[in-house]
Design a protein. Sequence first.
Length: 57
Amino acid sequence: MLYSIVPGNPDRSILLYRMESDEPDEMMPELGRSIIHKEGINLIERWIREMPGSCPD
C-alpha cells in the first residue's frame, strides 16, 4: 500500500487498513487500539469507494 487513501479502492487504502487492524504496529492509536468500530469502518470504506478517481498529473 502506497497511499493513505486510494479513491475508489478502499482495499488499497492505508487509512482503512489501519482502522481494521489489530496488529500493534499497524493499528490506529488510542481508542482505535481497543475498539474496532464496524459502523465507522463501513462509513469510511463507502466514502473511499465513492470518491472520484485521482487528479491528472
